[in-house]
Design a protein around this ligand. Structure first.
Ligand code: GAL
Length: 688
């Protein structure tokens, strides 16, 4: 070897063996009250916040109050670029629990797991998700959001860095029975294959406060129209206009509530890939059909998946914007390109919204590479295929929501894949999976991922299961029967019609309460449905709080009784008003027609008499305040026109509900213009 060779070899070895430099302490900026931001490396231009076009609800954030001191020791949070990854390291205390990390269908505390947050629900892997939101909420009362549209891996208290001060003491496995295979780690590490990413930190003091700040930072939760809180029924795949009308008439004849009819792929002239135009055979006069249903105060929601058939009128104008790969041979438009998005919007306007369509169900946006497109698929915008899969459902929600905003009408729809940043979109997630317990866990974990969940009922193997499934459906964000494959009707199980009707009527009965809970989501960022981890740090995934005051404990077929853990404070049975306990675990044995529902002491629940449509409440509808317990009763009520965006211009009201000394119900304006749909107030006292 020449001298030059020796010197070069020596330099190579010494470069390889240079000691690693420690990750850099992150530099944080306070970007909104109680919100801090740090950046590692160079962040992607397209990220979750930009894909959702999310803008902070500044006034609402201000109302949450400012926080001077960051909720964690920022000097311990670090970041680095290593081997093509951008990595964030956020400190953890030994007794901290972590919640969230996407719309998970199992479990509650995520500490001690590794989560590869990728859009996908087909591969069956435990961490593949319909909403892989990279957000976690700590039991210590703060939340962390990794703002990247890339697939991201989160090591939730897993992995010990060399020399980290919080590492547990090393033990000798030969002699020490306390040796652990997975020693506790003192940090969450998040890594993406990217030049950089942005990290947001949301202050508490409680986990709920931190989640509120996250939702408000994304623009506040969605506020759906009032009609969308009624009952939804999706008709079979190939139903024709006539068959749909016959079906809706049967709902009315049998007095089962109905507000929204969902049309499945058969409304289009072809599907998979779709034509995006009405089938002349099944719907010869779409405008007339929609008008007839509209006159009957029914809304129509259209299924679609975003993949365009060559015969579709959308194909030629969108051609310059298609990706290199197809889905079911349908072309995939790149919706990050404004011109493509505009074409898609215009088409939906003329074929749908202008005719009276109330919303969409965006299907098949949640697959991984075998289902959608490969990682290396090219999009005209240059966005990599794996990144596009993470946000494709978000982009469709964004465009459709924009369209409805432009038309001045609110919408509520369904989507099978969403992600972080999307709290403001009025879409609930659904799935092709059908495990009842997973569906209930989905109801509870949706709020922890900044999304909503539709625990739809589709079919059942017997009447008991049908009743229990429908009872769960009416207590999720969208109350839906999806009969696309089975043609099941609410009354399909002879002898079980009445408990099903009762559950559907209950949905309408609590409409004012439910609408208020949605308003809390919108104005305050508080999820409509609250996991026990947010309520009091509990880890149950089979019970949850709906709004402020109703604890829900769904029943599952094949079980006659179940345990319910009551949070601290006295609780009362919704139907009988009987006291059931205080901060203890009780066993309940509800009859088949009964959903175990418990009300907080002192709560006033605003309700209405059962009716067939949520969307046709007339001015002066009497309101019934259900009063529980033995404390001074109080409650809240939100109201607005239920359909337009006039609330953004101050046309809304918040009321405090109370009972005066003569036992009369009182609505006192707290905020807004004081107008309300409701008339006479009656009180139904279950007070003890
Ligand atoms: C599935 C979807 C179902 C139904 C069906 C129609 O992908 O999850 O709810 O819409 O497509 O083909």
């Amino acid at each position: 070897m020449t001298l030059f060779g020796i010197v070069t070899a020596f330099m190579a070895i010494s470069t390889l063996s240079a000691p690693l430099s420690p990750p850099k302490t992150l530099q944080w900026d306070r970007v909104a009250p109680g919100v801090w931001r740090a950046t590692i490396g160079r962040k992607d231009k397209l990220n979750l916040i930009s894909a959702a076009a999310a803008r902070p609800a500044k006034d609402a954030l201000k109302k949450q109050g400012d926080v001077e001191t960051p909720p964690i020791d920022l000097s311990l949070a670090s970041g680095e670029n290593v081997a093509g990854h951008a990595v964030a390291r956020i400190p953890l205390l030994p007794d901290e629990k972590l919640y969230g990390l996407g719309l998970q269908m199992h479990g509650s505390d995520r500490r001690g797991g590794v989560y590869h947050l990728r859009m996908d629900h087909y591969s069956g892997g435990k961490d593949r998700l319909h909403a892989p939101t990279p957000l976690y909420i700590s039991s210590k009362g703060y939340a962390v959001f990794f703002n990247t549209a890339r697939p991201i891996s989160i090591y939730a208290g897993v992995g010990n860095r060399l020399g980290s001060p919080g590492n547990p003491k090393s033990r000798d496995r030969n002699t020490d029975p306390a040796w652990e295979a997975q020693p506790a780690s003192d940090a969450v590490e998040a890594s993406v294959q990217a030049p950089g990413m942005e990290v947001f930190l949301f202050a508490g003091p409680t986990p709920m406060d931190a989640l509120r700040r996250y939702n408000l930072f994304c623009g506040g939760g969605a506020l759906p129209p009032r009609w969308a809180l009624g009952f939804w029924h999706r008709v079979p795949l190939e139903a024709s206009a006539e068959e749909v009308t016959r079906e809706t008439e049967e709902f009315d004849r049998r007095s089962f509530p109905l507000d929204v009819v969902g049309l499945e792929p058969g409304w289009q002239s072809r599907s998979y890939p779709g034509s995006f135009v009405w089938s002349e055979k099944r719907f010869p006069d779409p405008a007339g059909f929609l008008k007839k249903l509209g006159d009957d105060n029914l809304r129509v929601n259209l299924w679609e998946n975003p993949y365009v058939a060559e015969s579709s009128p959308l194909y030629t104008p969108l051609k310059p914007f298609f990706a290199s790969h197809t889905v079911w041979l349908g072309a995939v438009p790149d919706l990050t390109i404004p011109k493509a998005a505009e074409i898609v919007r215009q088409h939906h306007k003329s074929v749908g919204i202008d005719l009276g369509v109330s919303g969409y169900k965006i299907d098949e946006v949640d697959g991984v590479d075998v289902w959608l497109w490969p990682d290396h698929a090219a999009f005209p915008s240059g966005i990599p295929g794996d990144q596009m899969r993470q946000i494709y459902g978000v982009l469709w929600q964004r465009e459709l929501e924009t369209l409805f905003e432009d038309s001045g009408k609110r919408t509520f729809g369904l989507v099978r894949g969403s992600n972080g940043g999307a709290s403001r979109f009025p879409f609930a997630i659904y799935s092709d999976t059908y495990d009842h317990r997973e569906y209930v866990t989905g109801i509870t974990s949706a709020g922890l991922a900044g999304v909503m969940w539709c625990a739809e009922a589709r079919s059942a193997s017997n009447g008991e299961e049908w009743v229990r499934r429908m009872q769960t459906a009416v207590l999720s964000h969208i109350a839906q029967l999806n009969a696309w494959a089975d043609g099941t009707k609410p009354w399909s199980f002879p002898g079980y019609e009445e408990p099903v009707k009762k559950a559907m009527q209950f949905r309408i009965e609590i409409l004012p309460y439910l609408y208020t809970a949605f308003a809390q989501y919108h104005y305050q960022g508080t999820p409509v449905i609250r996991a026990m981890s947010l309520v009091d740090g509990g880890d149950e995934t089979d019970q949850y709080l709906l709004g402020d005051d109703i604890l829900v404990a769904p029943m599952f077929a094949g079980t006659k009784s179940r345990k319910v853990r009551l949070p601290h404070g006295e609780w009362f049975d919704y139907e009988t008003g009987k006291r059931v306990g205080d901060g203890e675990t009780i066993e309940v044995t509800p009859a088949l027609d009964k959903i175990p529902l418990f009300v907080r002491n002192g709560a006033l629940i605003p309700t209405i008499a059962p009716q067939l449509r949520a969307g046709t409440l007339r001015k002066g509808t009497p309101i019934i305040l259900r009063s529980y317990g033995n404390q001074t009763p109080h409650g809240a009520l939100y109201d607005d026109d239920g359909e337009t965006f006039a609330y953004r211009k101050g046309r809304y009201s918040w009321f405090d509900l109370s009972i005066d000394k003569d036992g009369r119900g009182v609505m006192t304006k707290r905020e807004g213009d004081g107008s309300s749909l409701y008339g006479a107030i009656t009180v139904q006292s279950f007070a003890r």
